[in-house]
Design a protein around this ligand. Sequence first.
Ligand SMILES: NC(=O)c1ccc[n+]([C@@H]2O[C@H](COP(=O)([O-])OP(=O)(O)OC[C@H]3O[C@@H](n4cnc5c(N)ncnc54)[C@H](O)[C@@H]3O)[C@@H](O)[C@H]2O)c1
Length: 404
Amino acid sequence: MINVIGLGYIGLPTALMLSVSDNEVIGTDFNEKLVKTLQNGKLTFEENGLDQLFSEALKKGIEFSTEYVSTDKYIITVPTPYDKDNKKIDPSYVIQAVNSVLEVCKENTLLIIESTVSPGTIDKYVRPEIEKSNFELGKTIHLIHAPERILPGNMIHELKFNSRTIGADSIEQGNKVKEIYKTFCESDIAVTDIKTAEMSKVIENTYRDINIAFANELAKICRFDDMDVYEIIKVANMHPRVNILTPGPGVGGHCISVDPWFLVGDYPELTNIISTARHINDSMPDFVLKRLSEIMIENGITDRNKVGIYGLTYKQDVDDTRESPSLQLFDSMKKHLASPLKSYDPMIKDKIVENQIMSFDEFLEDLDIVVVMVSHSHIKENLDKISNKIIFDTQNIIPNGIKL
Ligand SMILES: NC(=O)c1ccc[n+]([C@@H]2O[C@H](COP(=O)([O-])OP(=O)(O)OC[C@H]3O[C@@H](n4cnc5c(N)ncnc54)[C@H](O)[C@@H]3O)[C@@H](O)[C@H]2O)c1
């Protein structure tokens, strides 16, 4: 039986996938409300295809609990935020989960950490906890790091078809864990050592962050000298070895906007590009605000109540708002003692910011400018409703919108 610890955006789909692939699974989370919701047969977030996977897993007998279960296989998928002051990983959730496992696990346990961690975290913070316990590393308990690569919005497909990495102290234990993931993963699974698995996961997200920062810097240069960044990227990408990404209003989410900081915090003297890329991407919400004020002046609009922000999530068609560019934008406004502009997001069912409007039609009432921060399918399907507005399109999806 596998006990999946932490039933958030990663843990829940993973637990469901394991369950429908004929593994006996119990999912544990210390959030009572979340566990109750799942026990009542309701999902806790929206994701393409998750409904169906959930009902299949329920039929297979998956259970949810606030208790850790006594077994010999655990997958830990708890958060790994970073400390915003020193930029280092905050390993406290992982340490707490590991200690809770140690209280109940059986001899010969596979303790799999899926949470993204900075290189050396398992050596520095997890091994000492096990050494303090009655278990012996490599004999009665085996530590594994199996980071996750799935993309929110396409999680179910990617759980099946993405390749994976497993870091272990021995090939034998790594292969045992590979067999577990092989029950649902149809792609290659590399078995390597733990620090390589930690570092490779973090640099995958860092690579994405740097490439997005390059596109964002191009957007700034092109705006400064009146060039069309999208046309320029389109032309440059015709080169067979060039693939520039698309600029945007910033980078959010729990991964790309967080993990590169782990490296900056741990290797401050060696991370010039990584740190600069983070700062460029973090500067984009302010760039959007500056551009918005230019657009307001150009159109003779002085009343901020005539401006609305469309999209609060960090990417399209998901309901996750963590570190999102829109929330960063509102934070920036707050620093200048300004309350958030009117906003609307079709994916968000509860009010999370001041001035958030819950109906699209009501949001559009009296607006002159709509700032499109997120390219939800919803806006593409409702272009007729915004055709009489000035659209500041930070995502380059609206024909005739004003670009970044
Ligand atoms: N979200 C993504 O797209 C993504 C992709 C790849 C990797 N990751 C990594 O996966 C990990 C989990 O991320 P997430 O987005 O699923 O986080 P999340 O915040 O959505 O979910 C984490 C869950 O863990 C629970 N939890 C925390 N500590 C616990 C404990 N000690 N015992 C039981 N439950 C506990 C929380 O209540 C929460 O429900 C992170 O390390 C993240 O970096 C996330």
